[in-house]
Design a binder for this molecule. Structure first.
Ligand SMILES: [Zn+2]
Length: 140
């Protein structure tokens, strides 16, 4: 079973632009700009006796604390100074963060981040799949 939760973020970012080569590689994305990001978190696991994989609000609370409060209306390059803030890297990072939290919060359950989608525009998104995300701990 997969449950999913969507939310939005308004963020600025700028891809590398220190050299002519970087500006060539990243084109207009090397200029400071912003997106109305859509983020879609998907968690897979067994449905428990309570009828839930996880309470949707549990996923929302995690996203608010770990992504929204840190990124919404911020400059992503300041939030993640050691990372190129592409949709691909954001999706992978957030997927790994969520998987680590699932492993530590629910050590006796097999919960997996199935996918994290990060939409930069209506037409452009990156999808981090389970293979891109740290696998769950093996002690379950
Ligand atoms: Zn951009």
């Amino acid at each position: 079973m997969i449950i999913s939760k969507k939310f939005t973020l308004e963020c600025a970012h700028q891809l590398p632009h220190s050299t002519p080569e970087e500006c060539e590689t990243y084109g207009k994305c090397s200029r400071l700009h912003g997106h109305s990001y859509k983020v879609h978190l998907k968690v897979r696991g067994d449905t428990c006796a309570d009828g839930w994989v996880l309470n949707f609000s549990t996923v929302s609370d995690w996203a608010k604390e770990n992504i929204e409060n840190k990124c919404d209306h911020y400059f992503l390059n300041d939030v993640y100074p050691d990372m190129i803030t592409t949709a691909e890297n954001l999706a992978t990072l957030w997927g790994k963060m969520l998987q680590e939290w699932l492993n530590s919060t629910y050590p006796d359950r097999k919960l997996y981040v199935q996918e994290v989608e990060v939409w930069e525009t209506e037409k452009c998104r990156a999808i981090a799949t389970q293979e891109d995300i740290t696998p769950p701990s093996t002690n379950v």
